[in-house]
Design a protein around this ligand. Structure first.
Ligand code: BTN
Length: 286
C-alpha cells in the first residue's frame, strides 16, 4: 500500500514548478502549523532572514489547532490536512484579505479536482459541503502600517474524519462523511498546493499589473471570488458583528469585505461571521 503521509517525499513530485516545491516540512505532531510557520518566518535553521516564501508546514495532528476568532480547530491524527503556507507578498496590510479569499478558491478547486465535488464558499473563507463546514482558513501576518512582512495562510480540511466533537461552533463535515469513502490526503494536499500557487500568482499579477487604481486593481480577483460563492450576492444572512444584524448580500467591496444591504442601508462586514438567515431550524418552526 502506498503511504498517505503528507511527507515531502510524497508531495514534492506532485508540486514541481510551484513556489512550494522545495520547502515542504512535515511533522508527526505540532501544536499548530500556523505557529510553526510564523516562528520560521523570523528564525529558521541557520537562515538569519527566516524561512523563504513558499515554505510549507504540514502536520499529521495538531494539539492546539487554531481557528478564526479564537476558536479551536479539531485536528484529529492522520485523517485531515493541517497545513500552513508562508508567503511574503509585496502588499499593504489593507489588501491582505485577498490572500484569504483566494485561498478559499484554491481549496474549492482542489476539492473539485480530487473528488469532483462542488463546494461552496461562505465569506470570508469557510468552505462548505451541503452547508456544513469542510475546511477553514486562518490567515495571520506580521506587518507595519504600509507593508506586510510575511503572511501565513493556514488551511484545515476535513478529509477522512468519521465524527466530530458535538460542541463545534459550525456544523462540520468531512469528505468521507459526505461520500462514504476514504480520500487520498496526499493527492488533495498536492492539488491544494498547485491551486494556491495559481491563485497567488494571479493575485501578484493583479497587484503589480498596469492598473494602478486601487478600486479596479483587484476587480478580476473580486469577480472570481464572487463567482465561486453562493453567499456573494442576493443571500439573506445574519452577521455576527456589532450586536448582530440581518440583510441581503451585495458582493464585495474593493478591499474584499462583504457588503450587506440592511433596512438601515448598506453595511460592510469587517470581521463577523456570516450565517444563512432565517436559520433552517427557525424556518421549519422548531
Ligand atoms: C477557521 O476557523 O475556519 C480556520 C481554521 C484554520 C485551521 C488551520 S489547520 C492548519 C492551520 N494551523 C492552525 O492552527 N490553524 C490552521
Amino acid at each position: 500500500m502506498t503511504s498517505d503521509t503528507l511527507s515531502p517525499e510524497n508531495l514534492a513530485p506532485l508540486v514541481r514548478n510551484t513556489i512550494f516545491s522545495g520547502n515542504i516540512h512535515h511533522f508527526e505532531q505540532a501544536e499548530s502549523t500556523n505557529t510553526l510557520a510564523l516562528q520560521a518566518a523570523t528564525r529558521f535553521s541557520q537562515q538569519a532572514e527566516g524561512a523563504p516564501e513558499g515554505a510549507v508546514f504540514l502536520a499529521e495532528e495538531q494539539t492546539a489547532g487554531r481557528g478564526r476568532a479564537g476558536h479551536v480547530w479539531h485536528s484529529e491524527r492522520g485523517v485531515g490536512i493541517y497545513c500552513s503556507f508562508l508567503l511574503r507578498p509585496p502588499m499593504s496590510p489593507a489588501d491582505a484579505l485577498w490572500l484569504s479569499l483566494v485561498a478559499g478558491v484554491a481549496v474549492q478547486d482542489a476539492v473539485r479536482e480530487t473528488t469532483a465535488l462542488q463546494a461552496d464558499i461562505r465569506w470570508p473563507n469557510d468552505v462548505l459541503l451541503n452547508d456544513k463546514k469542510l475546511a477553514g482558513i486562518l490567515t495571520e501576518m506580521s506587518s507595519e502600517a504600509t507593508r506586510v512582512h510575511h503572511a501565513v495562510i493556514g488551511i484545515g480540511i476535513n478529509v477522512n474524519h468519521r465524527s466530530f466533537p458535538r460542541d463545534l461552533t459550525s456544523p462540520a463535515t468531512s469528505l468521507l462523511l459526505e461520500t462514504d469513502k476514504e480520500w487520498p490526503r496526499v493527492e488533495l494536499a498536492a492539488a491544494l498546493m498547485r491551486a494556491l500557487d495559481r491563485e497567488y500568482r494571479a493575485l501578484l499579477r493583479a497587484m503589480t499589473g498596469p492598473i494602478r487604481t486601487p478600486a479596479l486593481r483587484f476587480e478580476p480577483i473580486m469577480k472570481r471570488v464572487e463567482s465561486r460563492s453562493s453567499y456573494a450576492h442576493g443571500k439573506m444572512v445574519r452577521v455576527e458583528e456589532d450586536g448582530g444584524y440581518t440583510g441581503v448580500t451585495e458582493g464585495l467591496d474593493p478591499r474584499g469585505f462583504l457588503r450587506v444591504r440592511t433596512d438601515r442601508g448598506l453595511r460592510i462586514v469587517i470581521a463577523g461571521g456570516v450565517r444563512p438567515w432565517p436559520r433552517r431550524t427557525d424556518a421549519v418552526g422548531s
